[in-house]
Design a protein around this ligand. Structure first.
Ligand code: APR
Ligand code: ZN
Length: 249
């Protein structure tokens, strides 16, 4: 693994433009379960019943049971070594932008400034009836949170059946088409269109580094360097290796 970390660090150090794609796995070490691992959220809640816009419109109160579960974990969560390490890479000028599928705001709390949120962010709520917007923290005590018009509010996250914000989609594809290195960390790469980013980057000649505790459907197809292990530890090692390269240059 040490040799692979060195190779990946050199790629990142030499890259003129590095993009990252992250998923729920990068926040597991902050106490937020991912979705498809054995203890993942979908082992507790059927996504067809809790994660589609149809399910939310049909029974918002039921969906808010799952959202509250997740929300409590997100509220207590702190950025872990993976979020902080990626924030450092951005600060060193070695990571241009993070495209994240997560809605927990932990990349921003970990210091990253250029973050494209594919699935929105759970820190704001919107009324589907009158369009009124609220900050989630102002509605913490209400379960489920209500709009002043009386309707149950929806978090500004993208449910299955909703589209990815157009600006997020376009910008991420543009960046993927020009990236020299793509880091794919903590995602099973099973959900489109986020899982198209590695192929776009590959087709444009990028080197792809995957960080995951296990292989994914990408590993044997588009990945150049597979760093198997926990994102926090691996990213921490990568950053210290890169700092060695900077110090001897
Ligand atoms: N370090 C690195 N990788 C990890 C860790 C860890 N500590 N823990 C879990 N993983 C990996 C798992 O092996 C898995 O490949 O993270 C990945 C998480 O995959 P998913 O649970 O499918 O999450 P994600 O890829 O983000 O899902 C995409 O699906 O349900 C929707 O909207 C939801 O944004 C989510 C999207
Ligand atoms: Zn309203």
């Amino acid at each position: 693994m040490k040799k692979l970390i060195k190779e990946a660090a050199q790629l990142l150090y030499d890259s003129e433009m590095t993009l990252a794609l992250t998923g729920a796995g990068i926040s597991v070490e902050s106490g937020i379960p991912d979705f498809r691992s054995a203890q993942g959220l979908w082992s507790k809640y059927d996504p067809n019943e809790y994660a589609t816009i149809t399910a939310f419109r049909a029974d918002p109160e039921k969906v808010w049971a799952m959202l509250k579960d997740m929300g409590d974990l997100v509220d207590q969560a702190e950025p872990n070594k993976a979020h902080v390490g990626m924030g450092e890479l951005e600060h060193l000028g070695l990571l241009h932008t993070i495209v994240t599928q997560n809605v927990d705001n932990l990349h921003q709390k970990g210091g990253a400034k250029s973050v494209i949120e594919y699935h929105g962010n759970s820190s704001t709520l919107t009324c589907l009836s009158c369009g009124e917007k609220y900050r989630a923290e102002d509605k913490r005590k209400e379960h489920p949170p209500l709009c002043k018009c009386g309707r149950i509010l929806k978090p500004d996250v993208v449910f299955f059946g909703e589209s990815i914000p157009t600006e997020a989609l376009n910008r991420s594809f543009q960046l993927a088409a020009t990236a020299q290195v793509l880091i794919v960390a903590g995602t099973s790469a099973t959900v489109s269109p986020a899982n198209m980013i590695p192929n776009i980057a590959k087709e444009n000649g990028a080197n792809i580094i995957e960080i995951n505790i296990e292989k994914t459907q990408l590993t044997d197809h588009v990945i150049d360097i597979f760093l198997q292990g926990s994102a926090g530890e691996i990213i921490e090692n990568l950053v210290s290796e890169i700092k060695n390269l900077i110090s001897v240059s």
